[in-house]
Design a protein around this ligand. Structure first.
Ligand SMILES: Cc1cc2nc3c(=O)[nH]c(=O)nc-3n(C[C@@H](O)[C@H](O)[C@H](O)COP(=O)(O)OP(=O)(O)OC[C@H]3O[C@@H](n4cnc5c(N)ncnc54)[C@H](O)[C@@H]3O)c2cc1C
Length: 392
């Protein structure tokens, strides 16, 4: 690994998780972001750097070999990484979402041993929750786990598995048995040595091009202990959904911060050229800053709300909390586009040009993905149902 990173992780132990992530963002992620985007390639340098720093095991308790970081530490790290490369930050965030589920719900010896392997071997986890024919309705599955004695098998038509071919394991949703209804789901640990991925679609997308989110047929068979014992509905409401929405929102805030930073530098450069006049777009920068502040406060408040109750299932499964977490996702995914667009208006052609220090093209393209990662229409439709029975 680079000497810069060694200096961060070994010679400066007092650095905060966000500082370590910021160093990786500026020394590894930012310099490779353009090639990751242009070539639509996996950000392997960044993931290697995170692995080297032990950060793939950030959420794993220290007694199991992890860093024992809090969700706040990881959320701040995701924000910092996104300032350098949103695709790399998304890979990191999606991995941490799966780790959070295993740490909280991987409640048998086999799964706990695998969690320790994530820490000792720096394993990377991916996710297959969406399904062909089901779309983003992730609380329903069509495929089913088939169990025979102490073995299971599963075949899933997955329209998108981000970085699936680079993952050491994939957590997939499925009906718990072939006779289960679509919403009686299990979460299944699919280990690389047990699965095959047959590519079904490529990934040449508008944004998040480095997530390599191809479609696959996932075929897996393994030890039945790799099927998480807890109902997926509980895993989703207590961990997967809140952690996803918090880490994604933290990431989108990082994209917005990077755009805001370009706009600020653009306005300051204009001010330096003509010190006697306040540049007209300084007012737009002030307006952008108001929105960015609102965005940051939204993300921090939601994160703190979850952290305060995350060990209390009676509260994380409440209707009010589900509405809160859904609203966070819809608001943050909309705000990120708003902020980057404002930055574009401020920077003008310098932001519109692809090869300028103020270019905003990649950030804007990445920002538009936010509203589709579980479509906001589906999330609002879910909230609409919940509000019919909410007591406020
Ligand atoms: C960068 C990126 C990475 C991703 N990585 C992964 C991954 O690793 N693993 C994974 O499983 N998935 C992943 N996804 C996909 C997942 O987030 C998508 O939500 C999912 O695939 C649905 O895709 P869709 O938009 O085609 O379908 P839909 O969710 O069906 O949406 C399509 C359209 O149908 C409308 N619609 C359909 N039904 C309803 C309804 N009942 N209520 C409201 N609106 C409805 C929506 O408004 C929308 O306009 C990723 C997506 C992105 C953008």
């Amino acid at each position: 690994m680079s000497s810069t990173l060694d200096a961060v992780t070994h010679e400066s132990p007092a650095q905060s998780p966000a500082d370590i992530a910021a160093t990786i963002a500026s020394t590894v992620a930012a310099p490779t972001a353009e090639s990751v985007d242009q070539e639509s390639r996996f950000p392997s340098e960044v993931i290697d750097a995170l692995r080297e720093a032990g950060m793939l095991a950030a959420l794993i308790p220290t007694e199991d070999g992890g860093l024992g970081w809090s969700l706040e530490d990881v959320a701040r790290s995701v924000t910092e990484l996104a300032k350098g490369c949103s695709s790399a930050a998304m890979v990191y965030a999606m991995h941490q979402i799966q780790v959070a589920c295993l740490v909280r719900h991987g409640d048998n010896d086999t799964l706990r041993e695998f969690t320790r392997r994530i820490a000792s071997e720096g394993l990377l986890l991916a996710s297959a929750t969406t399904e062909v024919g089901i779309g983003g309705n992730v609380r329903n599955s069509s495929c089913a786990v088939e169990t025979d004695g102490d073995r299971f098998s599963l075949t899933k038509q997955a329209p998108v598995i981000s970085y699936g071919q680079y993952a050491d394991a994939i957590l997939a949703t499925a009906r718990r048995t072939p006779s289960s209804p679509p919403n009686d789901q299990a979460l299944v640990l699919c280990r690389k040595e047990n699965f095959t991925l047959e590519p079904k679609s490529g990934w040449d997308a508008l944004g998040f091009r480095g997530t390599c989110s191809l479609g696959f047929v996932l075929t897996v068979s393994g030890d039945a202990a790799d099927v998480l014992p807890v109902a997926y509905g509980d895993i989703s409401s207590q961990t997967m959904l809140p952690v996803s929405h918090i880490l994604w929102s933290s990431l989108w805030f990082g994209i917005a911060s990077a755009a805001s930073d370009k706009a600020r530098r653009f306005v300051q450069a204009a001010a330096r050229k003509n010190p006697d006049v306040t540049p007209p777009n300084a007012l737009r920068l002030a307006e952008l800053t108001n929105v960015l502040q609102q965005f940051q406060d939204l993300v921090i408040a939601a994160r703190d709300r979850y952290m305060a109750i995350s060990n209390d299932p009676s509260r994380t499964t409440s209707i009010g909390f589900a509405i809160n977490m859904n609203s966070l996702k819809v608001s943050a995914s909309t705000l990120v586009v708003d902020v980057v667009q404002r930055a574009l208006l401020i920077c003008g052609m310098a932001g519109y040009a692809n090869h300028s220090p103020f270019t905003l093209g990649r950030l804007l393209r990445d920002a538009y993905g936010a509203q589709l990662m579980v479509n906001n229409d589906r999330i609002n439709a879910n909230n609409a149902q919940l509000l019919l029975v909410s007591r406020g």
